[in-house]
Design a protein around this ligand. Structure first.
Ligand code: PLP
Length: 441
């Protein structure tokens, strides 16, 4: 069983030197969790600048879906880079983009014909969806959720309501967006309990929101993460999306699923919305789509994507190398990694629920597939958030060679590569248990 190897103090001397240079030259706006300087990676393992080896359960923020530098993805990148680096889908056709568009259009849930717009990131995929929804509907208003993270460009940021710091001093943003409570059943915003609530969070939209304040005939789209990601890996109750989508259909409001984090096999299905039986009008994709190459995609019903030439484009969007990396990624997902995500996600949930029996501070364990989180609380009854314990646990895990990320105010997220093995999950759980024991045992 492979274990992390930590042979220096962290950061080691070379990492410390590089971090000093980083502080001199790199934007201070990034939120680095711990002093890790990554030099190379393979599978679930990364090596830092001093030769320390870490077990990575973050996959570079849910991006390296096939593991670091999967040989088939690298091979696809090398082969394409020897043929064509760039041509631009804005003005030219090229094979790699056409092939990927066909693949994504056919993968999207439902029988509806689909078309694809390519960008370079999650924010660009959301931005494109935002523009298309307006263009198609000629309506000006939009709905999004508290806790949502949709990206940081001005349009996507206007839809985001994750942390105030992300918006501070950037106002005015795009007007006409109303944020509504997400179905966070562990801390129900309405103080109710599922299923007795009757999905009050959906009913509330029709009355009072539409009745008193937001005319639904003016709403272009609702932007929703199937499982809220940065907000805390919050899984809504099973009937939520169907009821919400039914209500939106009633008023011709487009259902935009932001699958940037939850999509591309992470939950054990290609798109997380498949778990909820909803076929969104528009899907935003990025992160895991190309195993680390920058790529974003917006997949929409062909009946919706009717905008005219010149309405929207991107010089780099859908770069041929990124498209080939995406094709290789999708093949690997279909050949077994998606099934592995479901199996390993189940193992991880069982392991965390076992830990919950030993540690009172583990308030809620939740997730689907390899989109799993555990919420740290001071006390299980009051559910008082223990963000400080969460932060300390992340540091302790790091010092033992385990990479984890936070999400929400007080949760730890697990979003490893979909290629993670049974042993790697066990090693991760064992190190986590030591870290929790040291902080809040
Ligand atoms: N949408 C969701 C659900 C995300 O999780 C993220 C990033 O975390 C984004 C959009 C923005 O993606 P990017 O950082 O690639 O712009």
């Amino acid at each position: 069983m492979r274990l992390p190897i930590i042979k220096t103090l962290l950061p080691g001397p070379e990492a410390a030197r590089l971090i000093e240079t980083d502080h001199a030259y790199v934007s201070p706006s990034y939120t680095r969790i711990y002093p890790l300087v990554v030099e190379r990676g393979e599978g679930l393992w990364v090596h830092d600048a001093d030769g320390n080896q870490f077990l990575d359960l973050t996959a570079g923020i849910a991006v390296c879906a096939t593991g670091h530098c999967h040989p088939r993805v690298v091979q696809a990148i090398v082969a394409q880079s020897q043929k064509l680096l760039h041509m631009s889908g804005t003005d030219f056709y090229y094979t790699a983009q056409i092939e990927l568009a066909e693949k994504l259009a056919k993968l999207a849930p439902g029988a509806r014909q689909r078309k694809v717009f390519f960008g370079n990131s999650g924010a660009e995929a959301v931005e494109a969806a935002f523009k298309l929804a307006r263009w198609h509907s000629r309506r000006e208003l939009n709905l999004a959720f508290f806790g949502a993270f949709h990206g940081r460009t001005m349009g996507a940021l206007s839809l985001t309501a994750s942390k105030a710091i992300q918006k501070k001093y950037y106002n005015p943003l795009v007007p006409g967006i109303t944020h509504i409570p997400y179905p966070y059943c562990y801390r129900c915003p309405y103080g109710m309990c599922h299923p007795e609530c009757g999905i009050a969070c959906v009913n509330w939209l029709e009355d009072p929101l539409f009745r008193t304040s937001v005319p639904p005939e003016e709403v272009a789209a609702i932007f929703v993460e199937p499982i809220q990601g940065e907000g805390g890996y919050i899984v809504p109750p099973p009937e939520f999306h169907q009821q919400l989508s039914k209500l939106m259909k009633k008023y011709d409001i487009l259902y935009v699923a932001d699958e940037v984090q939850s999509g591309m096999g992470r939950t054990g299905r290609m798109f997380a919305m498949e778990h909820f039986g909803v076929e969104p009008d528009i899907i935003a994709l990025a992160k895991g789509i190309a195993s680390g190459m920058p790529l974003g995609a917006m997949v929409a019903g062909a009946d919706i994507m009717t905008w005219e030439a010149g309405s929207h484009a991107s010089t780099f969007g859908g770069n041929p190398i990124a498209c080939k990396a995406a094709m290789a990624t999708i093949e690997l997902l279909e050949e077994g990694l998606m099934a592995n995500a479901a199996a390993r996600g189940g193992q991880l949930l069982v392991g965390l629920r076992d830990l919950q029996k030993h540690f009172e501070c583990l308030g809620d364990v939740r997730g689907i597939g390899l989109m799993v989180a555990v919420e740290l609380v001071r006390d299980r009854h009051t559910k008082e958030r223990a963000a400080d314990w969460r932060n300390q646990i992340l540091q302790k895990a790091f010092s033992r060679g385990l990479l984890l990320l936070p999400c929400g105010e007080n949760a730890i997220r697990f979003c490893p590569a979909l290629s993670v093995s049974r042993d790697e999950i066990e090693v991760g759980l064992a190190i986590l248990a030591e870290a929790i024991g040291e902080v809040a045992g």
